[in-house]
Ligand binder design. Structure first.
Ligand code: ADP
Ligand code: MG
Length: 570
């Protein structure tokens, strides 16, 4: 690594200022970043209880010589940039020259280090930033930093700490997060002498993601790549059924840096649109590698934010990469793991079950054998209907699985797709109402409606103010002719109140709301012909796998799973 220098006043003024050491996890973050910048391929973290009493980070990186070691603990000293010009193209995680000095100023710290060439290493011991002792240290190449009594001289900061368990979890998260991004580095974390993480180096991100986030993910991860001249994207995402209630499992990295950024999270949500239920967030690890001159990392002192010069291009490429990968619902093709013993058995013969309808007749266009095997027809209509459960779930089968299809969600999706194509056609087919329907609104509702009136008209619902806070509905799309238009309008207003999102996403939500009103509900009894029509309609609108709100339309249960439940298979 280059020699450490003291930054000039002019450069210091260009660097985002602010405190970086707020809690024990920030110490761990800064020290791990330094180890990565030092080229280490082994980083071990140890903490004791209470965490503030002891944090240790050791690496096998390039180390520092005696002179650099002394300089490293002063403020604004760094080997990573020379002048403010360098801020325009940062290739390292650090560049502010502030972390070590901030850490030593609020603790009692011992740093020992040795470079490759030097026979002996050296150490420095500081208290509240003052150098108390220095000397030689016998140790392998690399750097060991031990931070004791964190915040001993800043009781106010100590008071802000959360419970020991929370602070510990933040450290586990921090180490795990870096481990996701740097699979070739061996990471370990010990808490009170106990191994919490021990991650052997792995050649690729996918293996590391599995070892950090859990082996149950192994068959549920879908990687995607995209490459453009100054940017490359790599996403490893889990099927939507693994989605979480918080964004905690959306890991986003830009040039090896863990960042939290609305462009990235927004793009991910856009990529997953239509696949997730409201307020659920996908499990995804996203790596963006971009020309450093295309981003500004000098936005926030903790370096957890970036600014993209061309945010919309970044958004677009991420969203489309994810969308494309998930477009054909890869989780539907999940392989059933067959053990060698089973593989040698003859394939299980599918028994034609007795229909709950007694004589369910296949129309001539779908010969029953073909539908059983599922080789012809669309995704839904190629399956055999075997019954209806609780007047709500249509049961279908094909050669290796049973499908439990939600009839309401299915109908909702069909309406949604039809309405959407009506709306995107240049002139939505509306039907004038003989008598305008008057809807009296509350003042706040009326205010919102006025704002979104022109958008609503795109759906073929024609509205106009009728004095006061009353609005008149003059026309509705043909398919809504017999719908309860008042409650549709109220729902749309509610949606707009809750959600300030603009643009296409909003329109989609609006259509989904309308579609829901028109749909049959669970419990509406469908006859055979209606079920067949429903399946055909589903295929006609592109065989969607989720309702417009993101709920899955069906659950697939493999016969092999059933056999396992019933102990027909080991
Ligand atoms: P920055 O990382 O922004 O340069 P720091 O205060 O974190 O600032 O570190 C100051 C300098 O100390 C670094 O630029 C680097 O040269 C040196 N340094 C810190 N940690 C290590 C380490 N683990 N191995 C080698 N050098 C280190
Ligand atoms: Mg640093």
């Amino acid at each position: 690594m280059a020699r450490i220098r003291i930054l000039s006043r002019e450069t210091i003024e260009h660097i985002a200022a602010g405190e970086v050491i707020e809690r024990p996890a920030s110490v761990v973050k800064e020290l791990i970043e330094n180890s990565i910048d030092a080229g280490a391929d082994e980083i071990s973290v140890e903490i004791e209880s209470p965490i503030v009493s002891y944090i240790r980070v050791a690496d096998n990186g390039c180390g520092m010589d005696n002179e650099d070691l002394r300089l490293s603990v002063s403020s604004h000293t760094t080997s990573k940039i020379q002048s403010s010009k360098d801020l325009a193209s940062i290739f390292t995680l650090g560049f502010r020259g502030e972390a070590l000095s901030s850490i030593v100023s609020v603790s009692k710290t011992r740093i020992s280090t040795r470079t490759e060439g030097s026979g002996t290493g050296s150490f420095i011991y500081t208290e509240a930033g003052d150098i108390i002792e220095t000397g030689p240290a016998a140790q392998p190449k690399g750097t060991i930093i031990e931070v004791r009594d964190l915040f001993f001289n800043t009781p106010a900061r100590k008071k802000f700490l959360k419970t020991e368990a929370t602070e510990q979890r933040k450290i586990v998260d921090m180490v795990s997060t870096y481990a996701l991004c740097y699979p070739k580095i061996r990471f370990s974390l010990k808490v009170k002498g106990r191994d919490v993480l021990n991650l052997a180096p792995s050649e690729n991100h996918l293996e590391r993601v599995i070892s950090v986030l859990g082996h149950t993910l192994r068959h549920r991860l879908y990687p995607a790549h995209a490459e453009r001249p100054s940017i490359s994207i790599k996403a490893i995402m889990a099927s939507p059924d693994m989605a979480r209630a918080t964004k905690s499992h959306m890991y986003t990295f830009v040039n090896g840096r863990h960042v939290k950024d609305s462009v990235l999270t927004g793009a991910i949500m856009e990529g997953f649109r239509g696949l997730l239920v409201k307020k659920r967030y996908p499990l995804i690890v996203l790596f963006v590698d971009i020309d450093p001159s295309e981003i500004d990392v000098n936005v926030h002192p903790t370096k957890t934010q970036v600014r993209f010069r061309n945010a919309s291009a970044v958004f677009g490429i991420i969203a489309s990469t994810i969308k494309k990968r998930l477009a054909d619902f890869p989780w539907d093709r999940a392989e059933v793991v067959v053990t060698p013993r089973e593989a040698s058995r003859p394939a299980t013969k599918v028994q034609e079950p007795r229909s709950l309808y007694g004589q369910y007749k296949q129309p001539k266009t779908r010969p029953s054998q073909a539908s059983l095997i599922g080789t012809t027809g669309g995704f839904y209509s190629s399956k055999k209907v075997i019954g209806v459960l609780h007047s709500t779930y249509i049961l279908l089968q094909d050669k290796d699985a049973l499908y439990i299809l939600d009839q309401h969600a299915s109908h909702e999706r069909i309406n949604y797709e039809r309405l959407k194509s009506t709306i995107s056609s240049s002139s939505p087919q509306s039907q004038m109402l003989l008598e305008p329907r008057l809807i009296e609104l509350k003042p706040d509702e009326y205010a919102v409606l006025k704002r979104i009136m022109s958008r609503i008209s795109m759906s073929g619902i024609e509205l106009e103010p009728f004095g006061g806070t009353t609005v008149a509905v003059r026309a509705v799309p043909r398919m809504l002719a017999s719908a309860d238009i008042e409650s549709i309008i109220l729902d749309i207003i509610n949606l707009a109140m809750k959600d300030s999102a603009e643009g296409e996403g909003y329109l989609d939500d609006m259509i989904a709301t309308i579609a829901c009103h028109r749909s049959i509900t669970a419990g509406d009894k469908l006859d055979e012909a209606e079920i067949v029509a429903l399946l055909k309609d589903l295929d006609e609108v592109g065989s969607p796998r989720a309702c417009p709100h993101g709920r899955p339309l069906y659950k697939k249960i493999y016969i092999s799973e059933i056999e396992k439940w019933l102990a027909r298979r080991p």
